[in-house]
Design a protein around this ligand. Structure first.
Ligand SMILES: *Cc1c(COP(=O)(O)O)cnc(C)c1O
Length: 394
């Protein structure tokens, strides 16, 4: 056989081929389907689509719009900057952001009708000052630390925080619309901390109720809890990863078990295909040597694009109809795959990951290959990778 023995000529992009070096296609129809599937699973609880970190790397504004179209009554962000960017893009629905530091843009958030979170007295003090300054009532979600040990108020301080919030309500600067917490081990079904956190959350709600607070929404559930833990749903669930069609952990199940479809497909156009002799070193450090005369293909995506350097020698890629493995080290902008005896040409497509329906690897496969979680695989896709949003209109 050996087509590849033919002298390799430069190939201009064929008709219909994209000129993109690498691109992340974002299927908004899949995202809407995921939101609908999650709403059904939430069984009456409202849904907050978490769109922090540029919608887990998928592009915040188009994803937020699609989530609203599919009935997400709430959006959630980590930072106030993310929430304000959604308002600047025209979003007008309920919107919570929870990751604040002293001196944060409280007043801008309150004026933009963004719900804010407080898990400590300093935050409540800054919120009431900002609300007074602009003559508005801040909508606050009080955060209890029920065992995660990250943000939120410890049980010992909770009665004082609740009392301060009640006093601010009486003054008219604050309305406590939410009481919430976050789970540590919801992705490990049966982990004893889950029941302990549920009990602690019920206790925090009871303390708030006795102090006279009447929150509209009590919320605790992230993706794994939304998918597997009905007793954690309360009035509102806060899925993130599952909105993007990924499963938080193999123990939880596969996306399709829940009617979820991965939203992102990461594709690249091969930048070079060439024959090389046996014993040829490949890439920095020569961590790969061709075992025989072979065909090498160059994938023009590297760690600056979010391809983990830990994928060196392990990352799976679909090229010319088969899974290949990253040969040698992932560089900043590129990596190589060994096609063996198979033929390809420059401009042919490499699919790093996608839904898996066309035989390509998934983000979960990449996570397994590099020893991380699918969250990190999609979130770390670099800023220079264009996000191409498909099916924006229903
Ligand atoms: C990120 C985040 C979520 C969403 O978590 P997933 O596991 O992606 O569903 C929910 N709530 C809070 C507070 C978060 O920070």
């Amino acid at each position: 056989m050996n087509v590849a023995h033919e002298p390799s000529a430069p190939h201009p992009p064929a008709a219909g081929r994209t000129s993109h070096r690498v691109r992340a296609e974002i299927d908004l129809a899949a995202l809407r389907g995921n939101v609908r599937a999650l709403r059904e699973r939430a069984a009456g609880a409202e849904l907050m689509a978490v769109v922090k970190a540029d919608a887990y790397g998928h592009g915040m504004v188009p994803c937020a719009r699609a989530a609203r179209q599919a009935g997400a009554a709430w959006l959630g962000t980590a930072t106030p900057e993310e929430a304000l960017a959604l308002r600047a893009a025209g979003d007008r629905g309920r919107l919570l952001c929870w990751l604040w530091t002293p001196g944060g843009p409280w007043r801008a958030a309150i004026e933009a009708d963004v719900d804010v979170a407080a898990g400590a007295p300093w935050a409540l003090t800054e919120i009431t000052a900002a609300a007074r300054a602009c003559g508005r009532t801040a909508r606050v979600h009080l955060k209890a630390d029920t065992g995660l040990g990250r943000g939120g108020c410890q049980p010992a301080e909770w009665p004082a925080l609740v009392a301060a919030a009640r006093a601010a309500e009486a003054e008219g600067t604050v309305r406590v619309v939410g009481v919430w917490s976050h789970l540590a081990c919801a992705d490990e079904p049966g982990h004893p901390s889950v029941a302990a956190q549920l009990a602690a959350f019920h206790e925090a709600l009871a303390v708030a109720g006795r102090a006279g607070l009447e929150p509209e929404v009590r919320h605790l559930a992230n993706s794994p809890a939304t998918l597997t833990l009905p007793e954690a749903r309360f009035d509102l669930v806060r899925p993130g990863l599952s909105v993007y069609g990924l499963s938080p952990a193999p123990e939880i199940g596969a996306p399709e078990d829940f009617g979820l479809r991965p939203v992102m497909t990461l594709r690249a156009a091969l930048a070079s295909v060439k024959r090389v002799p046996a014993g040829h070193g490949v890439g920095y450090g020569h961590r790969y040597t061709t075992p025989g005369e072979t065909t090498l293909a160059l994938v023009p995506a590297g760690y600056a694009d979010g391809v983990p350097r830990h994928a060196s020698g392990t990352g799976p890629v679909l090229v010319a109809g088969k899974w290949r493995t990253v040969a040698g080290t992932v560089a900043m902008d590129q990596f190589v795959v060994d096609l063996g005896g198979d033929a390809a040409e420059a401009g042919d497509e490499a699919v790093l990951f996608g839904p898996g329906a066309a035989g390509e690897p998934t983000a979960e496969d990449w996570a397994r290959a590099v020893g991380t979680i699918p969250y990190e695989i999609v979130t770390r896709i670099g800023a220079r990778v264009p996000r191409i949003h498909l099916n924006a209109d229903m």
